[in-house]
Design a protein around this ligand. Structure first.
Ligand SMILES: NC(=O)c1ccc[n+]([C@@H]2O[C@H](COP(=O)([O-])OP(=O)(O)OC[C@H]3O[C@@H](n4cnc5c(N)ncnc54)[C@H](O)[C@@H]3O)[C@@H](O)[C@H]2O)c1
Ligand SMILES: N[C@H](CO)Cc1c[nH]c[nH+]1
Length: 887
């Protein structure tokens, strides 16, 4: 609550606003009805400069005139009781009104003393008493005490009392929480003055200290309400702060502390507020770079994040963006910036899932912020505008301009047309009513339903390609996000790793690595889960061990005396990424750790994002222990990938990084693989999970739905496809009902809604067409739930892993059957295998030639070397053949 409210006439408004702008930040202006119209522009401009104006109405004014004041940004209107009633009837909230009870304060007190229930309807309304009205009946202090006790105490701080009398200063404690209203010309930012009252003394009068040194606990925040840190104040430091308009505090060791006097990181004081019970004072300041903390961070709680961080970065880029960089281009090319803002606004309008919407909104804010910084407009003033707009009482109808309505209609027509084209005329009735509702547990719910498309021999290739399109992955944009993260870890090692983990996983670690042997208490798991892991490990180990025969060396005599051979070696150091963002995946630790162990990798390092308490899921630690991992890196995302690729003070560098992850992980893996200085390879791009189920009229609808949902629940960026071969409308409807009902029972139903929104059922009339579409899509998981499913296997050209028949749910491959679940997604099954034992090995070839062998192939080598103009190569054979007398 504010400690004092200066009151002035219109002619003194601007001057008073200047005086109080760095301390109380509020003014009460007394106005008559006929002054309102001319005062509105002044109200707007003063309010924009962060001074809140309230109006004390003298005389009469119409309801519309009073509302125009509130629309212009006036915080509170102090008016008589009948006017309050009129305004409330016109829709003005009570929280913006203060009843002027000066004229009849005595009666008012008497009446509420006899019946306090009459206050209930006015719960959030403030009260104002001028000394004149009070003096007729009783002393000001007595009136204030009575009102404070009877009226204010019941509202928990929502209601306040303004008392107008200079003598109030000395008695303010006696009638707190009433707020003194003081003629502005009596107030001064100086400590003492000729007949003036110090603003600082009003603040300190409000404060109590529960500390032995008598100092006041002081919260320092910036204009965005970011907490910068905690300090202490004294009467002297508060006086100095108000006098200088700067951040001045009381150091517990070094006395008066003018913040930034030596470092340059000083603060401009915007406002001082006192909390509800007077034991904490809040300084709102504008902080000069590099920041508030002595560690040169923006705040004592670390660097800014979100909007504040973005604004800071863009301001510094504007000063020194490298020539040719994208940001420099944006600052220098206003047309490009305008086009990007329009593009991102459109993408936000088109976004469907929660993830897409927040992603696109972030893009739009980035470009909007670039425009603000380019034009020298602070985010602070945008926030102020939002606050002032929220004070408006009159609401506009809010229709969009005609130009934009027309554009929207055009877009809708285009979308309808392409949907109709894709569905063609053979679309079954009921099959594509995506907006239908169903009743679940007695309540109507929008049906969770995949889009349905019928593919016929006439369907064009373009239409088919569209149907098989995966959710857009903005690789270039993601790369832009992960590149600075990777560079930061490469350059700053553990420090960056710890900071980024704090930023993205919201946990501050002391050390980012856990070394083997892992403490028992970190891997305590139930006997049931332990048995499940042990069984799964045993099957995975059997299947992966069978994939190699390390002792077998390949020998082939390609020509007499020319023996070529090949032998395998394990990759020495491997980094295994175990995702942990939306779900914890100990199964992925098994799928990567077991083949690494079977292959014989010497250094196995696991990486996984830590939980909010800084620990890892015990199941993951247990698996790490079982596979003989040397260390576990407690980090996720691009920062974990970078640490594994380059190594840090505590993270050992690896030779190859394996494992799935979200778009940041996948992009980071691609990045480090391309950086020759990292000398690291990767397994494959394994991104958001996906499944393609092929079903027919014989399939069990519940089984089909369950397989679709088991992948849809991974993340909103997952996609599932059902290819329905010659299913009737009823058969398809049965699957759709199962999808909805099973989904509604899943705890992750919200994620499922997101992924199903971009998933499709494709109706075809033959197995051949189904297999051709599946091969074109190249799914991570292919599930064959058709009559005599195994006969389709020879037709599979591209897929990560295949599940054959009704009794082979995809989940078995995820956990326990023995095959690997780390598989290529996004169509990469066309050129990559899933993780297997070979992923952890490399093959070395060797050859041994006898004299005869050299004589047999030497002339061919010499001829080819001559053709390539590489005489050195030719000579290496020539000198030998000459020594054998063969030339
Ligand atoms: N293809 C496969 O074989 C396979 C197997 C298992 C899981 N998956 C997939 O792996 C993915 C796991 O994703 P996840 O998110 O749950 O876990 P994750 O561990 O891959 O990602 C979490 C990390 O992402 C980083 N991150 C989050 N938001 C960020 C941002 N805005 N900027 C920079 N970094 C950010 C954080 O560092 C966080 O630790 C899912 O898509 C799942 O489908 C695939
Ligand atoms: N289905 C995922 C592979 O895309 C792996 C997984 C882990 N846990 C459950 N499923």
């Amino acid at each position: 609550m504010f400690p004092v409210l200066p009151v002035t006439s219109v002619s003194g408004l601007i001057e008073t606003a200047d005086v109080v702008s760095g301390s109380v930040g509020r003014v009460l202006v007394s106005l008559s009805g006929d002054q309102i119209k001319d005062t509105l522009p002044i109200v707007r401009s003063v309010s924009e400069k962060f001074v809140d104006i309230s109006v004390l109405l003298t005389g009469d004014a119409s309801t519309d005139e009073l509302i125009s004041l509130l629309d212009a940004g006036v915080e509170y209107l102090v008016v008589s009781e009948p006017v309050v009633a009129d305004l409330i009837e016109s829709g003005v909230p009570g929280s913006r009104l203060v009843i002027n009870i000066s004229e009849k304060a005595g009666e008012f007190l008497e009446s509420i003393a006899s019946d306090s229930s009459q206050l209930d309807s006015n719960l959030n309304i403030g009260f104002y008493i001028g000394s004149f009205g009070i003096s007729k009946h009783q002393s000001l202090v007595a009136a204030g005490q009575a009102i404070a006790k009877t009226v204010l105490a019941t509202t928990g701080g929502a209601r306040f009392l303004l008392v107008s009398d200079p003598s109030f200063v000395s008695s303010s404690n006696a009638i707190a929480p009433a707020i003194p209203v003081v003629e502005a010309h009596y107030l001064s930012t100086e400590t003492t003055g000729n007949g003036t009252l110090s603003i600082a003394s009003f603040i300190t009068n409000r404060l109590v200290s529960d500390r032995v040194d008598g100092l006041y606990t002081t919260l320092v925040v910036d204009a965005y309400d970011n907490s910068l840190g905690l300090v202490y104040s004294s009467e002297e430091s508060i006086s100095e702060a108000v006098r200088t308009g700067k951040g001045v505090y009381q150091s517990r060791k070094r006395g008066l502390w003018y913040k930034g006097q030596t470092s340059g990181a000083e603060q401009t004081l915007l406002r001082i507020d006192v909390d509800c019970d007077g034991d904490c004072v809040k300084f709102v300041v504008d902080q000069t770079a590099p920041g508030f903390c002595h560690n040169n961070t923006s705040t004592c709680f670390g660097q800014y994040s979100g909007i504040s961080a973005l604004e800071q970065t863009l301001i510094s880029r504007k000063k020194n963006a490298p020539e040719g960089s994208y940001t420099a281009r944006l600052f220098n090319d206003s047309k490009l910036l305008t086009a990007k803002i329009m593009e991102e606004a459109e993408e936000l309008c088109d976004a469907k899932t929660a993830n897409e919407i927040s992603w696109e909104a972030a893009d739009l804010i980035y470009f909007a912020m670039t425009k603000l910084v380019q034009e020298g407009v602070s985010w602070n003033s945008v926030q102020r505008n939002l606050d002032l707009k929220s004070r408006k009482i009159s609401r506009r109808k809010g229709d969009a301009k005609r130009k934009w309505q027309a554009k929207l209609e055009e877009k809708e027509q285009d979308a309808n047309k392409s949907r109709d084209d894709a569905r063609q005329d053979k679309k079954p009735k009921n099959a594509d009513q995506t907006s239908s509702t169903v009743t679940t547990n007695g309540t109507e719910q929008p049906q969770i339903k995949m889009n349905v498309v019928t593919v016929t021999p006439e369907t064009s290739e373009t239409e088919i390609a569209k149907v098989l399109t995966r959710p857009l992955q903005k690789s270039a944009d993601i790369m832009k996000l992960v590149t600075p993260i990777i560079n930061n870890v490469r350059d700053n090692g553990d420090k960056a790793l710890i900071e980024l983990t704090e930023k993205f996983d919201r946990v501050k670690l002391q050390s980012p690595v856990l070394y083997a042997p892992f403490p028992e208490n970190l891997m305590q798991i139930s006997e049931e889960v332990k048995a499940a892991i042990d069984l799964s490990i045993s099957n995975i180990e059997k299947f992966h061990a069978a994939q190699i025969n390390k002792d077998e060396v390949l020998h082939v005599e390609t020509a007499p005396g020319v023996i070529c051979s090949r032998f395998s070696r394990a990759i020495e150091s491997v980094g295994l990424y175990v995702p942990g963002g939306t779900a914890v995946l100990p199964s992925t630790a098994m799928m990567l750790g077991i083949p690494a162990k079977v292959a014989g990798c010497k250094n196995i390092i696991l990486a996984s994002p830590p939980r909010s308490d800084g620990t890892l899921t015990p199941e993951v630690v247990y698996v790490a222990h079982k596979v003989g991992a040397k260390a576990i890196l407690l980090a996720g995302g691009a920062q974990a990938v970078a640490a594994l690729a380059y190594g840090t003070e505590s993270v050992p560098k690896v030779d190859k990084i394996m494992g799935p992850g979200n778009q940041f992980v996948t992009a980071a893996k691609m990045f480090v693989q391309n950086d020759t200085s990292a000398q690291v390879s990767i397994d494959m791009p394994a991104g958001p999970s996906e499944v393609l189920v092929i079903a027919d009229g014989t399939s069990n609808p519940a089984f089909v739905a369950s397989d679709l949902l088991s992948q849809a629940e991974h993340g909103v960026d997952s996609q599932v496809i059902l290819i329905a071969i010659s299913m009737t409308d009823d058969q398809l409807a049965a699957v759709e009902t199962e999808v909805h009902e099973q989904a509604m029972r899943l705890p992750r139903v919200d994620i499922v809604r997101g992924s199903i929104a971009h998933s499709t059922t494709i109706r075809v009339d033959s197995i051949e067409r189904a297999m051709q579409l599946s091969n074109q899509y190249g799914p991570e998981h292919l599930i064959l739930q058709v009559h005599e499913a195994s006969r389709l296997l020879p037709l599979v050209e591209h897929a990560g892993s295949v599940f054959v028949g009704a009794w082979s749910p995809e989940s078995c491959g995820d956990y326990s059957s023995g095959t690997n679940h780390t598989l290529p997604t996004y169509g990469y099954a066309k050129m990559y295998s899933g993780v297997n034992t070979d992923t952890f090995m490399k093959h070395i070839t060797s050859q041994e030639l006898t004299e005869q062998g050299l004589k047999n192939i030497g002339p061919a080598v010499m001829a080819l070397a001559a053709t390539e103009g590489l005489d050195g190569h030719r000579n290496a054979v020539k000198v030998r053949l000459e020594s054998l007398g063969a030339l």
